[in-house]
Design a protein around this ligand. Structure first.
Ligand code: SF4
Length: 366
């Protein structure tokens, strides 16, 4: 049970809907944004009365939090700081899209505590951006990064996507070159997953998605390229300069407590999992869905193995009283011989090649 808490605040608004997106987000008016901020403040107050944990990370995710005004982000931050005990070295991240980040007053938000920004770049190739329904240009991204840096925030993360229709290793290299040239501290590379209920799913025949072999090449290229440019991989999709790992996201993989406030936001607190439904109305009425106990053996193994540092068997034994059974270790030895897993006496982790097939291996292990 952790004494610290990560707070996730969901902002469910976007200017338009990207064809691959399955997140809970919608188009809305300024009036809707204003109302939502008031509801969120009420819920922050409500939750602060339920726990005395110390908030050491806050993450504004979405949606597109940067559609809100900086005063609204600041207002939310002051509410959190007034209601919860907050750590002095708190990490406060906001997701932003390049277009809205050009205009956003990061200086004001930084004064209220914002100290990290995650920008959705996805690609530097205009055709790929068009396919993804993203309307920003490279100039927009550069201007957005300059705007963030000039506010005093230098902890910037960029998101890139792998597996875009028609993407090649060369086009990915251009995207990586572009991101690295911006002098940021963190890069995330997510493999595009076609979710049901998205335009990409409905029109999947129309697109030429990279096959598994090309997707593997893209991933392995990204890992090598980022390593050569000083970005250390610390999770299957996340790379950072030394000391700039996302503290908030590490909580998810280290099974530390986090509280998600907003429609479709998930929480793990004091061993319990729960979430809000994908509905603004249900969020307003504070209807919470319980999702049972968290922190089980399988969950622990699965989440720890997402990290490059992998599963520490000494910590595992401390948490669960004994080591996994012989069958588990027989399988680990098999995958180690095949080059998918590193295994020494007290640590198990995936290799680069292992990360690519990690879901199949995990299904076999747990
Ligand atoms: S901007 Fe992000 S959250 Fe909004 S629709 Fe696009 S992918 Fe989804």
């Amino acid at each position: 049970m952790s004494k610290n808490l990560g707070l996730y605040l969901h902002i469910p608004f976007c200017r338009s809907k990207c064809p691959y997106c399955d997140f809970f987000s919608m188009r809305a008016s300024q009036g809707d944004y204003d109302n939502y901020v008031e509801i969120l403040k009420e819920k922050i107050k409500y939750w602060s009365s339920k726990t005395d944990k110390i908030v050491d990370t806050i993450y504004f995710g979405g949606g597109t939090p940067s559609v809100l005004k900086a005063e609204q982000i600041s207002d939310l931050l002051y509410t959190v700081k007034n209601c919860f005990n907050c750590a002095d070295d708190i990490e406060i991240t906001m997701e932003a899209n390049p277009k809205s980040a050009i205009e956003f007053d990061f200086k004001a938000a930084n004064q209220a505590g914002l100290n990290r920004v995650s920008l959705g770049v996805q690609s530097s190739n205009q055709n790929e951006l068009k396919t993804l329904g993203r309307t920003h240009s490279l100039t927009d991204v550069t201007e957005a990064v300059n705007n963030i840096k000039s506010s005093g925030i230098d902890n910037i993360s960029l998101d890139l996507m792998l597996g875009i229709p028609e993407q090649t290793v060369d086009s990915l290299m251009n995207s990586m070159d572009f991101c690295v040239s911006l002098g940021v501290k963190h890069i995330s590379t997510y493999i595009l997953k076609i979710e049901k209920n998205t335009v990409f799913y409905k029109k999947r025949e129309k697109y030429s998605f990279p096959d598994d072999d090309l997707t593997a090449d893209l991933y392995l290229f990204a890992v090598d390229y980022l390593a050569q440019n000083g970005f250390k991989q610390y999770e299957i999709s996340n790379f950072s300069k030394e000391g700039f790992e996302s503290k908030h996201n590490l909580k998810y993989w280290n099974l530390e407590d986090y509280l998600g406030i907003g429609p479709a936001a998930h929480s793990y607190m004091d061993g319990e999992r729960f979430f809000y439904d994908r509905s603004l109305e249900k969020f307003k009425s504070n209807e919470i869905i319980k999702d049972g106990k968290g922190g089980t053996v399988s969950e622990y193994i699965m989440l720890q193995l997402r990290l490059t540092q992998g599963l520490n068997l000494i910590k595992y034994k401390e948490a669960f009283g004994s080591l996994p059974d012989k069958d588990f270790f027989d399988k680990i030895k098999k995958y180690s011989k095949l080059g998918y897993v590193n295994y020494d006496n007290d640590r198990i982790s995936f290799t680069e090649k292992g990360f690519l097939v990690s879901s199949n291996i995990l299904a076999d292990l747990i």
